[in-house]
Ligand binder design. Structure first.
Ligand SMILES: NC(=O)C1=CN([C@@H]2O[C@H](COP(=O)(O)OP(=O)(O)OC[C@H]3O[C@@H](n4cnc5c(N)ncnc54)[C@H](OP(=O)(O)O)[C@@H]3O)[C@@H](O)[C@H]2O)[C@H](O)CC1
Ligand SMILES: [K+]
Length: 496
């Protein structure tokens, strides 16, 4: 599913109106009716619903919703935050129709007046502002939003919760906290930012018949259907070599386990052969946990050889001079797909130019803190516009970037972007990243298009955490990274 900025949304809108010739009033009718139909599924028709409208087309959607719900037997009332003369264009067209019906209509005057109107209201519909919002909320929007946020009634936002910008990079203080947001055609970027996602509540996209330009270059979500369509098939007569030879370089005497989790996750996700490169002392410590792997000590590895389909480096390696020199050799000499994680990302900060010299694809898997460090900015700043920073970085350094988080953003060097929204807070624990690196390595080894492999790997990782919790096997408190291994198998089963 596509995710859009405000500019992209207005472009699709004008393409639909100008090139395809669909009148904006029809789009508004479609939007309002689609929202009304979905409100019917969630709010009983015995409930009193108040619809709040503003000066723009988001308000116009509200007039259609009010008419539709009224005609379907709901008790609806409208509160307009602007005077009649400020209602224009397509919104005015639908306002004039609404006026002919017996729907109670109020013009907002004061907090006291609104308090009176709100008595016995069981649900509100927010059509005050949509993607046309600029900057901080002005009066009376700010006061009304503040008043509504204090109420624990059911709140439906249309397109975007009032006050929340559509685009990243904008800092605002006030916004309506909705229970559900019905996004007109496409969800907007801020639904995928940690800072703003909670304002949306649940988000549900509603098709209103917009016609996008021929090949939109928007960000997309990656979900179960995408995985279903692209998951590498296991051929009947395949052998272990078919599924690649992977090398995982990491682990140290202080951090023996991470490389073991990466290797196990890779094997659990379909990797054919895995070699672990680690310290001599670490091998006996982990060998019994991953007997399927072969082992080499870091001193005897032949990085020049091109025998590995894909290599992952960094997990638990440490930050010693020796570790850094090993990472540098790997980046310079590995002639295959290379995934850099954890300590390799730490090393990279001072050596980013090495990435530009690589002739084979490179994948970086930072969490927000690691990414911010690579960029030399604060995590808060990164999280204000993670899509923009990711795209610029992936293009500049010619890398595939997996920016891990509650919304994992995957970007290729061409700037295509996908976001994964599954997974849960049980993953916020040491080792989850090592498991993800293993799943990604395995998909990289199995030879599909690289960005598809990364999207599938991230989705399987999130889905295994969700599966283990939804089935009561573990909770969001006690889930361990090693538990994810069981989840991976269960998730694969759902595709067979
Ligand atoms: N194809 C589509 O995209 C469709 C979208 N629909 C809906 O339309 C809105 C977008 O409508 P638009 O009129 O462009 O924008 P808004 O409704 O969000 O309102 C913009 C007006 O809001 C005022 N404004 C802006 N910033 C602030 C602020 N910080 N505080 C208070 N008021 C603000 C401003 O008015 P002024 O008079 O103050 O200048 C703007 O003009 C979209 O979100 C969908 O819901 C269609 O209905 C279907 C097709
Ligand atoms: K709104």
């Amino acid at each position: 599913m596509h995710i859009v900025t405000a500019k992209e949304m207005y472009e699709v809108d004008s393409h639909t109106v100008q090139s395809a010739g669909i009148d904006g009033k029809i789009l508004m009718e479609n939007a309002g009716r689609a929202v009304a139909t979905n409100i019917e599924k969630r709010v009983a028709n015995t409930c009193r619903i108040l619809i709040f409208t503003g000066s723009g087309n988001n308000g116009g959607d509200g007039f259609v919703i009010a008419r539709t719900l009224h005609l379907r037997g709901y008790h609806v009332e409208v509160v307009s935050l602007v005077d009649e003369e400020k209602i224009n264009g397509d919104a005015k067209f639908h306002y004039d129709i609404l006026k002919k019906l017996s729907v109670p209509f109020h013009f907002y005057k004061s907090e006291n007046q609104l308090r009176g109107i709100l008595v016995h209201t069981e649900a509100i519909v927010d059509c005050m502002l949509g993607i046309g919002v600029k900057g901080h909320l002005k009066s009376p929007y700010k006061e009304v939003v503040g008043q509504l946020n204090k109420l624990s009634i059911y709140k439906v936002a249309v397109d975007i919760p009032t006050g929340i910008p559509a685009d990243e990079g904008v800092e605002v203080k006030d916004g309506l906290y909705a229970n559900v947001t019905f996004s007109i055609q496409y969800p907007k970027i801020t639904a995928f930012l940690e800072r703003y996602a909670s304002y949306y509540g649940e988000w549900v996209p509603l098709d209103i018949g917009l016609i996008p330009p021929i090949k939109p270059s928007f960000v997309q979500t990656w979900g179960r259907n995408n995985v279903q369509a692209t998951l590498p098939k296991r051929k009947r007569f395949a052998h272990k070599g078919t599924f690649g030879k992977g090398l995982v370089i990491g682990g140290s005497d202080e951090m023996p386990g991470s490389v073991m989790m990466t290797a196990r996750a890779a094997l659990r996700s379909g990797a054919g052969l895995i070699t672990i490169g680690t310290t001599r002392q670490n091998i006996p410590a982990i060998a019994s946990y991953v007997p399927e792997a072969t082992y080499k000590t870091v001193d005897e590895m032949d990085f020049l050889s091109d025998q590995y389909t894909s290599v992952a480096v960094g997990m638990g390696l440490g930050r010693t001079e020796k570790a850094f020199s090993l990472i540098e050799q790997v980046i310079r000499q590995v002639k295959s797909l290379l995934l850099l994680d954890a300590d390799a990302l730490y090393y990279l900060k001072q050596n980013l130019s090495l990435l530009k010299e690589r002739e084979y694809p490179t994948v970086l898997t930072p969490h927000a803190g690691e990414m911010a460090r690579l960029l030399g900015i604060t995590t808060e700043r990164l999280l204000l516009k993670p899509f923009t920073y990711s795209k610029a970085f992936a293009k500049e350094y010619n890398v595939h970037l997996v920016l891990k988080g509650p919304f994992t953003i995957i970007t290729n060097p061409q700037g295509e972007q996908f976001v994964i929204t599954n997974g849960n807070v049980g993953l916020a624990k040491g080792g989850s990243g090592d498991v993800l690196a293993g799943i990604l390595l395995s998909f990289m080894m199995q030879g599909a298009c690289l960005i598809t492999s990364l999207c599938n790997g991230c989705w399987i990782h999130g889905a295994s955490a969700d599966h283990l919790i939804e089935n009561g096997r573990y909770s969001k408190y006690d889930l361990l990274a090693t538990d994810l291994m069981e989840g991976i198998g269960s998730v694969f089963h759902t595709f067979s």
